[in-house]
Ligand binder design. Structure first.
Ligand code: GLA
Length: 387
């Protein structure tokens, strides 16, 4: 993305050459392992991408929030007194929800102009929404010198999505976008928010993301449904053993109470959360020791559990993953993000990437009629101000 062009566009959009906006970059993310357990108090292992959202912003004194994007036709001008009103299902709800959090905190905001431009494929489950939220939070904090620390900004962005947008997401996406580190994965304990950055040395392997290009239908409502099922499963667990989260249970504890679940679906949801948490811990250890093969096996197990126990994959993701596993040089393949469409992540030997894209792309098209996209990605830094 050409930053100079974007800045020029900002000035022409707002018709005032005297305005000098500040520029920011906020990444997207890919999760290596640890899916659907951030809201169950588990461990996750995401990375920030070098793909993301660029944003130019300036303060105004008119008490209006002006929002435009090069990715969407819809733009908005909202008075601060209307900031609590949701704008249909429009993208502007992400930045508005964040500005609303600053106002709820009593921060003296006087109005702002924003221009966004992202290169994260939309609806692919690579967190374009958390990228917009964190970009907004970082920019507002910087423009008004609010001096809120990054972890608090992460929590505000999550609240914006939970309470304003209405998705009961966990904290993983906002956290990695806020704290990502180049060539490192974030090993985050979503129970107490302690974390560690693990260096990622992939040697001859690369992270390849495959996009189903399948529109994520009803993804938000299905996501909230899984969230609620986990709450119910936790209630059942708590009749036998008091724990704060499903992921506080060990596999051993869980096996002792597995017959107490009157409902097999809730049992499977809980089993996914508990086994996935174990896989993340083993995965982090494997990566620290450079055991990529072990990590690949854990990725495969993660997908299988998300397919069979958590039921968030579907034919498109399953096809991409099954076809990927047939290619020599693939250590592991799994869905990444919320599921119900979106992307899979694959650990592929450099020399197999061309074959991978060709063969997986061909079989996927044959089975689903849709053309998949492939991105060979690098691990980048978290949200920042552009120099
Ligand atoms: C979405 C949510 C995250 C997380 C993942 C699944 O990306 O925003 O909080 O729950 O799904 O792991």
């Amino acid at each position: 993305m050409d930053q100079k062009e974007l800045k020029k566009k900002f000035v022409s959009l707002h018709g005032d050459a005297k305005i000098s906006p500040h520029g920011y970059f906020s990444p997207g993310r890919v999760n290596l392992i640890g899916e659907h357990i951030d809201y169950n108090g588990g461990f996750v292992l995401p990375c920030a991408l070098t793909l993301g959202t660029y944003l130019f912003a300036s303060k105004t004194t008119d008490n209006f929030i002006h929002l435009s994007s090069l990715n969407f036709d819809y733009s908005a001008k909202i008075h601060l007194s209307d900031i609590t009103k949701k704008q249909g299902d429009e993208w502007v709800n992400y930045p508005i929800g964040v500005v609303n959090e600053f106002i709820k905190k009593g921060m003296p905001i006087t109005g702002m102009r924003f221009l966004f431009a992202g290169n994260i494929p939309d609806g692919a489950g690579l967190s374009s929404s958390a990228s917009i939220e964190m970009g907004t939070a970082f920019a507002v904090n910087d423009l008004f010198d609010s001096r809120i620390d990054i972890i608090e900004l992460v929590k505000m962005a999550q609240k914006a999505e939970n309470n304003f947008v209405g998705v009961k997401c966990g904290i993983m996406d906002q956290f990695i976008v806020g704290t990502g580190k180049k060539d490192h994965a974030l090993f985050l304990n979503c129970d107490d928010l302690t974390y560690d950055h693990i260096p990622i040395h992939l040697e001859s392997y690369k992270i390849v993301i495959s996009n189903t290009n399948k529109k994520r239908e009803l993804a938000d409502s299905k996501y909230n449904e899984r969230y609620n099922e986990c709450r119910k499963a936790l209630d059942i667990v708590n009749q036998h053993r008091r724990v704060g989260h499903l992921c506080s249970l060990t596999l051993d504890d869980f096996s002792k109470i597995q017959n107490s679940f009157p409902d097999h679906t809730l049992y499977k949801r809980a089993r996914h959360a508990i086994t996935e948490n174990q896989r993340v811990k083993e995965g982090a250890r494997a990566l620290k020791n450079g055991e990529l093969k072990t990590f690949g096996i854990l990725m495969n197990q993660s997908h299988d559990s998300l397919r069979d126990d958590y039921e968030v994959t579907g034919v498109h993701l399953d096809t991409l993953v099954e076809e990927a596993r047939k290619i020599p040089g693939v250590l592991g393949a799994r869905m990444t993000g919320a599921g119900f469409g979106g992307c899979s992540i694959n650990l592929v030997h450099k020399e197999s990437i061309e074959l991978f894209c060709e063969k997986v792309g061909h079989s996927y098209k044959k089975k689903t009629g849709i053309k998949a996209d492939f991105y060979v990605v690098d691990i980048g830094n978290g949200v920042k101000r552009l120099s």
